[in-house]
Design a protein. Structure first.
Length: 260
């Protein structure tokens, strides 16, 4: 399969898979699933960023200080983008155990019209560019990056579906809108392939930006959601799901290296 075909396939699969999960499971199951997948995503995102993407970038021979500066700039960029509500990636919704009031989801959607969908589309577009840069660097890096993005997209899109349903959308309408926002990843992938692919020297820096995105989402959003007083059993469950995410990354890396 060509690099372009791989980029289109994985970006399209990520959006379709998350919508499929949201369409086939009941509301109650979705709420429980999101909690577990948040922990799993934390392990996957941190493992992919720190065990594969950053090492790949730093082994490229690019200037180390420049790469660290890019990492810092990337973290600040995604912080500011989230401040502007253009990089939404939270999983808060009514019934998630965080004590949100009854009209919380409706307010989230209504505050900026369709701000949840707009922010999600921009996030998906960025993910598409990140996946494209990784595939152009190497197919192995592209696959592991795509796995990290897709596993994070599932709880994100499921959470958004719950928000939209609670805000008054029908289930079908919420799923269709989320599916359309998922197509932004395909657009980002194509843009990344055609525009970014022209400058080989940028790849290490794009990989660092991808890693900064993963680290920011994990540290600024996912981990704080888990930092609540919980029974020991739930804490152990969180740790096990994070470990499962790390184990998935390590297994994927070993399989890809074995087949390389």
């Amino acid at each position: 399969m060509s690099t372009l075909a791989s980029i289109v396939a994985v970006t399209l699969a990520g959006g379709l898979l998350s919508v499929l999960v949201a369409a086939t499971l009941t509301y109650a199951v979705l709420g429980r699933l999101v909690r577990h997948l948040v922990s799993l995503s934390t392990g996957v995102l941190l493992g992919t960023a720190l065990l594969h993407v950053l090492p790949e970038a730093f082994e490229s021979g690019a200037d180390t200080h420049a790469l660290f500066s890019t990492l810092l700039g990337g973290l600040l960029f995604f912080f500011l983008l989230e401040k502007a509500e253009l990089y939404r990636h939270d999983h808060h919704h009514e019934g998630d155990g965080h004590g949100h009031h009854h009209h919380f989801d409706a307010q989230r959607v209504g505050r900026g019209g369709y701000s949840v969908l707009v922010g999600d589309s921009i996030h998906n577009f960025c993910d598409g560019v990140i996946i494209a840069a990784a595939f152009i660097a190497s197919p192995q890096l592209g696959l592991t990056t795509a796995v990290a993005v897709i596993l994070h997209e599932i709880p994100q899109e499921v959470g958004d579906t719950i928000v939209l349903i609670n805000a008054g959308f029908s289930r079908t309408r919420a799923l269709v809108y989320n599916g359309l926002s998922g197509l932004a990843a395909v657009v980002g992938g194509l843009m990344g392939y055609w525009v970014v692919g022209a400058w080989d020297g940028l790849f290490p820096f794009l990989l660092v930006i991808a890693a900064s995105s993963f680290i920011y989402v994990a540290v600024a959003d996912l981990i704080p959601q888990m930092q609540r007083r919980l029974p020991v059993r739930e804490i152990v469950s969180q740790v096990l799901w994070i470990g499962a995410g790390l184990g998935l990354v390590l297994t994927t890396l070993s399989l890809l290296h074995a087949g390389h």
